[in-house]
Design a protein around this ligand. Structure first.
Ligand SMILES: C[S@@+](CC[C@H](N)C(=O)[O-])C[C@H]1O[C@@H](n2cnc3c(N)ncnc32)[C@H](O)[C@@H]1O
Length: 268
């Protein structure tokens, strides 16, 4: 594991939901609308996490079947508990070696995963392999290099002001390919055809500072992983700095935006 990835903790489903799942759930329906697909299809959700994308597929796209894979048992357990439906199967799995036959799915999707996969060209090649000819492959990641995840950006700005070494851990530094051109290049390298791109912006509103801060203290994800690695005094300093930085948000709640970048392509 790269040193910068040492805080990428994916175990506790409830903690992840509070930190990121709740925002991915807002992007998911808009991403799926953009894919513009009919019902009765065989779907695969790669890196399903706690089920943000899977739950919308089930609620709005009447799939014939949905397989959802993730390497995290904790996340899979939470996703499974929230989707008790005979059409859905969950399995442990790695995007780089999908445990499915060639040409066995109509739609292969993935949300907020590819940047965490070591060999992402291979992951996309795998997604293409399991898609049927004419099938759809789609994914989204956050616009990290464009400062598109404002609540995370605010966290790292405060963290690096107190601890300059944390600069190497920020997602914009770790995932510079998460741009329009970077994602289109990646899709083309994996041999995908008819590549289309869009961006999807959602409001990330925190009811108060506690609602903003608490998910960072739960340890699920890179920034929370960094936060819980700090000694108590350093963590308190970070909390205080953030509280000061965010004091300009008036009326109690804290309003940020988050922008996802999405790619849709076809398997030929
Ligand atoms: C930010 S979460 C996204 C989860 C979910 N798709 C969502 O939108 O909320 C990243 C997910 O990628 C998963 N993951 C990390 N490495 C992976 C890999 N090599 N193959 C598949 N999933 C992976 C993690 O376990 C985690 O569930």
């Amino acid at each position: 594991m790269a040193q910068t990835a040492r805080h990428d903790a994916w175990q506790a489903g409830d903690s992840y939901e509070q930190y990121m799942g709740r925002w991915s759930r807002q992007v998911a329906p808009r991403f799926l609308d953009w894919l513009n697909l009919s019902g009765g299809l065989d779907w695969l959700d790669v890196g399903c996490g706690t089920g943000a994308l899977s739950s919308v597929i089930m609620a709005q796209y009447s799939p014939k079947s949905l397989c959802a894979i993730d390497p995290s048992e904790g996340f899979l357990g939470r996703a499974q508990a929230s989707l008790p439906d005979g059409r859905v199967t969950f399995a442990l799995g790695d995007a780089q070696a999908l445990p499915f036959d060639d040409a066995s799915k109509d739609v292969v999707v993935s949300a907020l995963v590819l940047n965490f996969v070591a060999d992402r060209t291979r992951a996309l090649t795998e997604m293409k392999r399991v898609a049927r000819v004419g099938g759809t492959i789609g994914f989204y990641v956050w616009d990290y290099p464009g400062g598109g995840v404002e609540f995370m950006h605010a966290f790292w700005r405060a963290a690096t002001a107190l601890d300059p070494a944390a600069a190497d851990l920020t997602e914009d530094k770790r995932f510079p390919f998460c741009t329009r051109n970077g994602l289109i290049d990646l899709a083309k390298r994996a041999g995908l055809a008819s590549v289309a791109f869009t961006s999807i912006e959602v409001a990330t509103v925190f009811s108060d500072f506690e609602d903003y801060w608490r998910p960072f203290t739960l340890g699920a994800g890179p920034a929370p992983g960094y936060c819980v690695s700090l000694a108590p005094a350093a963590r308190r300093r970070l909390q205080q700095k953030l509280q000061e930085d965010l004091s300009a948000h008036t009326g109690g709640s804290i309003h940020f935006k988050a922008r996802a970048l999405a790619v849709r392509a076809m398997s030929d």
